[in-house]
Design a binder for this molecule. Structure first.
Ligand code: C5P
Length: 286
């Protein structure tokens, strides 16, 4: 049996802005997305006969059937590229928290698409893979591309930026999950009081200026977060108090991330938060 192993890295939103609600129910976004070192691992057994796709998730709290984005990605890949499936066993080892704003499911889907392209259709253009990715979910095209990206539209209109400096990142997820569609439902674009300075952020990244970039973090979802999720802001304040350059929520939350310019301070912040939150991580910009 052939065994292939791949890494599926999570993302954070250095900025997240919502520009308008569209007629198709989705929202037009403007986001700077960033790959980080926190990752799931995908183990594939391709060409294993029988023509079926199977997925196991080793006891993680995620659905392992056809509703799992990794499974959906594999099925769409075979369909959309007219490739006969000659049996595919997939195993996911989850480390990225679920419903956390870190695109865990999208990262898994993206790595499946990239792996299957490598195995079955190496000449498939990147644009075509990103088109299939958008059918799986709004964050999947970014996860296919990775790096530091300005993402617009639903997230599929991507401009790759210069890499962010490889600084330490502390992430901390409170013990609840937030539903993305529910949070989108709370947004009335005309009533948003502030929008992140994405242009300024893009400029700071181009300059390679970590401190300036950290000063430009922003996420409009923080403004519409229901009161019962106030712990998000408590975590943010603790990270700032521990010497972060800046901190904010990623995606639709509830994970809070903080950027540091100093390894020791980052480790101190991680250790302080990890005492109270089991889902605390000390990682890096990838
Ligand atoms: O594309 P994805 O399946 O991740 O989207 C989940 C839900 O989030 C959508 O059904 C929609 O309610 C909301 N969404 C949105 N605008 C986006 C992305 C997601 O309204 N750009």
């Amino acid at each position: 049996m052939i065994t292939m192993t791949y890494s599926a890295p999570a993302k954070i939103n250095l900025s997240l802005d919502i520009l308008r609600k569209r007629k198709d129910g989705f929202h037009d976004m403007r986001m700077v997305m960033q790959t980080i070192t926190l990752h799931d691992t995908l183990i594939l057994h391709p060409h294993c006969g029988g023509g079926r796709i199977t997925l196991s998730c080793g006891g993680a709290q995620v659905p392992c059937g056809e509703e799992n984005l990794a499974w959906k990605a594999a099925q769409l890949f075979f369909e959309e590229t007219d490739t006969p499936c000659d049996g595919l066993e997939m195993e996911l080892r989850k480390r990225i928290p679920v419903s956390a704003g870190m695109a865990g499911g999208s990262a898994d889907a993206a790595v499946v698409l990239k792996a299957l392209r490598g195995l079955y259709r190496p000449s498939l253009p990147r644009e075509e893979l990103e088109r299939i990715a958008l059918k799986v979910g709004s964050d999947v095209p970014f996860c296919v591309r990775g790096g530091t990206v300005l993402a617009e539209g639903r997230g599929e209109q991507m401009t790759s930026l210069a890499r962010m400096p490889r600084c330490p990142v502390v992430l901390c997820k409170p013990g609840f999950g937030i539903s993305t569609p529910e949070l989108f439902g709370r947004v009335t674009v005309s009533r948003l009081k502030t929008h992140p300075d994405t242009r300024g952020l893009v400029k700071a990244i181009a300059l390679g200026d970590l401190r300036m970039a950290a000063g430009k973090l922003g996420n409009v979802f923080e403004e519409v977060l229901p009161q019962e999720y106030g712990e998000v802001f408590e975590i943010r304040d603790r990270l700032l108090g521990a010497g972060a350059l800046n901190a904010g929520m990623t995606g639709s939350g509830p994970t809070v991330f903080a950027l540091f310019d100093d390894e020791t301070r980052a480790k101190g912040a991680y250790e302080a938060l990890a005492k109270d939150y089991s889902e605390t991580y000390l990682e890096k910009i990838l």
